[in-house]
Structure formats: structure tokens, C-alpha cells
Design a protein around this ligand. Structure first.
Ligand code: ZN
Length: 300
């Protein structure tokens, strides 16, 4: 493996270099998607918008990123389209999270495949209670993603050696940005530490646990139907026993049953978004800040 000097944040020269690199990243991020890469630039295809948000700052100025999953679609059940096959075939690599999340990527032919799960640090992964299965919704914890940077950069550089220096420099700046973002959110969300939510789609554990917010329960996706008496009772019991104050919902889930359930149990709703990919939630920082704001607005 190549040597990547990512010893961040030491020495004045390094800080100046990092500041310059940050400017570069900021310049690239303004004209999405990485159109500053120029004609003939290498292309990376990614399955879901947050993977695009993670990759773009690393490849800015060198490669383009195309996201396959359209906004509003489920990352679990998406059906690939002819367009996706064309993009995957053109790409240097197809980047996905894990077979247990966006396994539909395996239906696309690609020159190379990069699996985010291979880049994650094993001790940063959480497992679902009960089943013990690995929770693949890893991307909303900036510390988890920061720990994945080094291996991600190594993999990109192996596929595109001419971009290695750019990836290394961009990655260093992005690492600093992730650390700052994490500190900012920890401070902002400090008043919510120890307080409890209920999730529908169990996609937000990494974010919530990172900032000390408890998930008292997960109520199975009620797919557009009115909440059942059993679900209402389950939530009411949790509200009493665990002091649940907020139900977390997502744009991918229908709103009416969530509202009915929240009203019946006397809790509030946080409209969070694990995927983003729409204006205002496109960059990694935008997506995380959006989710922090949604929680802060919802808690009484
Ligand atoms: Zn999911």
C-alpha cells in the first residue's frame, strides 16, 4: 500500500497547507458535481447521495462523481435503470456501502467496485440489538467517516494513480473539516444528550449515538397505513417508560401515519433526512447540519 501522510493538525506549515487545500475544496464544491475536473476527467459512480457528499471533496479538481439513487427513493429497494448501467460502465469504479444496504449495486457491471464497509474501522461499527447484524447506515457519523478517509484515498489512488496527490491533499483538508463539523454538532446538540427518540426506519443510530441521543425503540415502517392500535400502545408505553419526546421520520416515509401516531402518543416529530441529495442537503456538512437542526427544532 502507498504511504499517505495524513498526520493531521500538527505544525504551522501543515495548517497553512491545509487552509489552502480547504480553499480548493470550497472552490470545487460551489460548482457541483465537480465540474471543475474538466473534460475527460475520471468518473466515480456512487450508489447513494451521502456517498457522493463524502467522495466529492476528496476528488474535487480531479474526478467527477455521479450519484445513482434519485432523491426520495429508498436506498434498500431501488431498481436500477439503464442510465445507471451506463454510468457504472463509464466509471473508474462503482462505490457502494455494503450488500446489506445497497446490494442493488451488484446488478450493475463496473470496471471496479469499492465497498465503503471495507474502509471503515471495525471498532467504529455498531450492530443491531438482537440480530447482531452490522448496521450499514454508517455515513452520518463524521468520526466514522473520518476514520474511513485513509483507506478510501488509498483505494481511489490505486485505481487512478495520477490523482493520488490531489486525493491525499483534499483528504487531509476534508479530515480537518470533519473534525470541526463534529465539534460544532457536539456543542450544538449538547442540550439533547440523554434524551430519547423513537425511529421508524433504523437509519439514524450512528448520528444519534454520536451525540448522545437515546433511541428508545424502533417502530416498523408503517408504509402509508394508519397506525395500528398495537403501534399506538407501543409508543405510548415507550413515552411513559423511557420518557420519549420525539419521533424521528424521514422524507422517504409517508407523513400521515407518523403524524397520527405522534398525535395519539403526545410526542413531537423531527423531520430528519439520512440521505440528502437535494438542495440545502447536498454537501456532507449541509446534510449533518440539517439533521442537527431538525432535532433541535423538534425537542420541546
Ligand atoms: Zn436504510
Amino acid at each position: 500500500m502507498r504511504l499517505f501522510n495524513l498526520a493531521f493538525g500538527t505544525g504551522r506549515g501543515r495548517r497553512v497547507a491545509a487552509a489552502l487545500a480547504l480553499l480548493l475544496v470550497a472552490g470545487g464544491a460551489g460548482c457541483r458535481p465537480a465540474s471543475d475536473a474538466g473534460p475527460g476527467a475520471p468518473l466515480f459512480a456512487v450508489t447513494i447521495p451521502p456517498l457522493g457528499a463524502f467522495l466529492r471533496p476528496i476528488v474535487a479538481g480531479r474526478a467527477e462523481v455521479v450519484v445513482l439513487l434519485p432523491a426520495g427513493a429508498s436506498e434498500h429497494t431501488y431498481e436500477v435503470k439503464p442510465n445507471d448501467a451506463r454510468a457504472a460502465a463509464r466509471a473508474v469504479a462503482l462505490v457502494y456501502v455494503d450488500e446489506s444496504l445497497d446490494g442493488w449495486a451488484s446488478r450493475l457491471d463496473a470496471r471496479a467496485r469499492l465497498r465503503l464497509a471495507d474502509f471503515l474501522s471495525p471498532d467504529s461499527l455498531r450492530h443491531y440489538e438482537g440480530s447482531g447484524a452490522f448496521d450499514p447506515h454508517v455515513w452520518l457519523d463524521p468520526a466514522v467517516m473520518r476514520a474511513a478517509l485513509l483507506r478510501t484515498i488509498a483505494a481511489l489512488s490505486k485505481l487512478d494513480p495520477a490523482g493520488a496527490e490531489i486525493y491525499r491533499r483534499n483528504g487531509e483538508a476534508f479530515s480537518i473539516e470533519l473534525t470541526r463539523l463534529d465539534e460544532e454538532l457536539a456543542q450544538q446538540l449538547a442540550p439533547l444528550r440523554g434524551r430519547a427518540v423513537v425511529q421508524f426506519h433504523p437509519s439514524l443510530f450512528y448520528f444519534l449515538e454520536r451525540y448522545g441521543i437515546r433511541t428508545a425503540g424502533v417502530i416498523e415502517n408503517i408504509a402509508g397505513q394508519d397506525p395500528s392500535p398495537k403501534q399506538i400502545k407501543m409508543l405510548a408505553d415507550l413515552v411513559r417508560a423511557e420518557k420519549v419526546e420525539v419521533i424521528v421520520t424521514e422524507p422517504q416515509l409517508s407523513d400521515a401515519p407518523v403524524r397520527a401516531l405522534a398525535e395519539a402518543a403526545g410526542v413531537r416529530i423531527a423531520h430528519m433526512d439520512p440521505l440528502g441529495g437535494v438542495p440545502g442537503r447536498e454537501t456532507y456538512a449541509e446534510l449533518l447540519r440539517y439533521n442537527a437542526d431538525a432535532l433541535l427544532k423538534a425537542f420541546p
